[in-house]
Design a protein around this ligand. Structure first.
Ligand code: ADP
Length: 201
């Protein structure tokens, strides 16, 4: 006989920048908090240090989150090895992860492990990079998730549903080969549809 359903599963929220991924993650997490479920939210730290932080949407909504350097730090945190805010995995019902595309491929086994242990894991991140190529391990997460929601933004050129993130460097479309991190460059991003997403040749 199989053991009873634990409730553990994976939900993925994807789309381009400005599509409301953080908003949707915050919405789901806030509902869980209202239902008195035990929730832990993580996001990648830009530096190497843990710190209490928050997930914020472009529209200004926020939820408390812990910024962590890598997926291993999430595991350490949830296994109670880490003194700051330590919550053992048996003590969480819901784990939220924002900006998931910036974690390495070891995020996938961690997410599956948590779901197997009975945790509802909600993962938000970019499905495509600025070239409109699949972003890191996000395709694998999408394939392995129980549910996946693909959100769209509004194309800044024509108003159509935007599925892509246009990268601009000094106001010009980025080149395919431009490095993902450009030190000192004037960069910005806009939501674009398939027609209006361009790469400079
Ligand atoms: P994501 O996490 O996908 O980047 P956010 O949840 O942070 O998205 O922000 C979504 C919000 O961004 C929208 O509710 C809207 O207020 C704002 N926004 C700004 N530009 C756009 C755009 N081009 N299309 C849609 N929403 C936009």
């Amino acid at each position: 006989l199989k053991s009873p359903y634990s409730g553990g599963h994976v939900e993925v929220i994807v789309g381009p920048m400005f599509s409301g991924k953080s908003e949707e993650l915050i919405r789901r997490v806030t509902r869980a908090v209202i239902a008195r479920q035990r929730v832990a939210v993580f996001k990648p730290a830009l530096d190497d240090r843990y710190h209490a932080s928050h997930v914020a949407s472009h529209a200004g909504r926020t939820a408390e989150a812990l910024a962590v350097p890598d997926a291993q730090a999430i595991r350490a945190h949830l296994s109670g090895e880490d003194a700051l805010l330590a919550a053992p995995v048996e003590a969480v019902d819901v784990v939220g992860i924002d900006e998931a595309q910036f974690f390495g491929s070891d995020l996938v086994p961690l997410v599956l492990e948590l779901a197997d242990a009975g945790v509802r894991v909600i993962v938000a991140g970019l499905d495509l990079d600025f070239r409109a190529e699949p972003f890191g391990m996000m395709p694998e997460l999408l394939a392995r998730a129980e549910s996946a929601e693909k959100l769209t933004a509004i194309c800044t050129v024509c108003g159509a549903p935007a599925t892509r993130s246009q990268r601009l460097i000094g106001g010009q479309p980025a080149r395919y080969d431009d490095p993902v991190v450009l030190v000192g460059a004037q960069e910005s991003y806009e939501a674009r549809c398939r027609v209006h997403h361009t790469l400079r040749r």
